[in-house]
Unconditional design. Structure first.
Length: 378
């Protein structure tokens, strides 16, 4: 058996209380917030924790539902547990290929006047109005669009833009130009990114009683989360990783100062490739350090931002992927432990001078991503 112990941070408690007390939220979000707050055993709880049986009576749900919420919170994190996802349950097929094709065509069309986007129920009603079918439920519609990987009710987020974008290709080509520059110790090219990591403690106990079958019980306890800052120089095979409790402007500014003063103290100018997040800005220096120091740091860097929807152009993402695959693909309980493990991984990679051989060039981009380039008419 597996038991999950919930320990909420102060920020998480405040956000969950906000969901319950005010604002417009789905019943699923309210239910999740109520479950987590009443199962909280952290230092910021209000000491009103109740048993699962009492929660089931109030919310009219089963204890298995409570268990699923706790498991998702522990394994996937705070943001994920509040998201609403389409059920993965398979249903008996109720429509043929012709009806599916009409549904897909309708889903990809403009929504009717008065609506900004299609909903499942709106699609079901319109299918009947157009006499495509006598009756179809929103559940069946959801099954059909899920099968075809369509989500018309969501704002679309693309890895690359879905259509021509001069802004995207201009920034992309500049980043790719930076990547093909030869190695120069006076002007190193450094990539920087960040990623969250949950702290989860795994407690196992084996009861040994006469006449009872031996089994292993597990309990997962979440101890908040940390942020991982990653900076790597692909051509040199050098990297710097730092674990922080948060990812504020101040945290970012202090990490960038470490890059300048500890890793590249002799460099004339550091070309820093990173995503265009609101925290990744020179103003962070002035919010963290005295003006003279802030100006000194700003002058040490040339910021090279990847385009919107172009985070895949940041080679620090590759290095984070390696870190997660080789070191962090397991439960780690404390900030001290994760720092120790990451330091050991960092030293190993630096000693091996593991480099990244970036192959994608502007010439290839103009062929493979031709649809993103504006059409020039003369």
């Amino acid at each position: 058996m597996i038991h999950y112990t919930i320990k909420l941070s102060q920020t998480e408690v405040e956000e969950l209380n906000g969901i319950i007390s005010k604002g417009r939220h789905t019943s699923q979000a309210f239910r999740t917030a109520y479950i987590l707050l009443n199962c909280d055993k952290g230092e910021f709880s209000d000491d009103t924790t109740i048993k699962n049986a009492e929660i089931t009576k109030v919310l009219k749900i089963g204890e298995r539902t409570i268990g699923r919420v706790k498991k998702k919170f522990i394994e996937e994190g705070f943001e994920s547990v509040l998201e609403r996802r389409v059920s993965s349950q398979n249903y008996t097929k109720k429509v043929d290929g012709d009806i599916e094709a009409k549904l897909v065509k309708l889903c990809c069309s403009e929504p009717p006047e008065g609506f900004s986007k299609w909903s499942l129920r709106l699609l079901a009603d319109r299918m009947v109005e157009l006499e495509y079918i006598d009756y179809i439920s929103h559940v069946t519609v959801g099954q059909g669009i899920k099968k075809n990987e369509l989500k018309p009710w969501k704002v679309k987020g693309w890895v690359i833009p879905p259509e021509q974008s001069s802004e995207f290709v201009a920034n992309m080509e500049y980043v790719l130009d930076v990547y093909k520059m030869p190695y120069d110790e006076d002007f190193p090219v450094v990539c920087m990114d960040e990623s969250p990591k949950q702290l989860i403690q795994e407690v196992a106990s084996t009861p040994i009683k006469p006449g009872q079958e031996a089994r292993m019980d597990y309990e997962y306890i979440r101890h908040g989360m940390v942020n991982i800052f990653m900076a790597n120089e692909p051509l040199k095979g050098k990297r710097l990783v730092e674990i922080t409790q948060r990812k504020t402007k101040t945290d970012w500014a202090k990490f960038i100062k470490r890059i300048a003063d500890e890793v590249y103290p002799q460099a004339k100018k550091i070309k820093l490739v990173m995503d265009n997040f609101k925290t990744h800005d020179a103003s962070a220096f002035y919010e963290t350090f005295e003006p003279q120091e802030a100006k000194r740091l700003r002058d040490r860097f040339e910021f090279v931002y990847t385009p919107k929807h172009g985070s895949w152009l940041n080679m620090a993402e590759i290095e984070l992927h390696v870190l997660n695959g080789q070191c962090l693909n397991r439960h780690i309980a404390s900030e001290k432990e994760i720092k120790s493990e990451v330091d050991a991984w960092q030293n190993h990679r630096n000693n091996k001078t593991s480099k990244i051989n970036w192959q994608f060039t502007n010439d290839q981009a103009r062929i493979k991503l031709k649809r993103l380039y504006p059409s020039i008419t003369t």
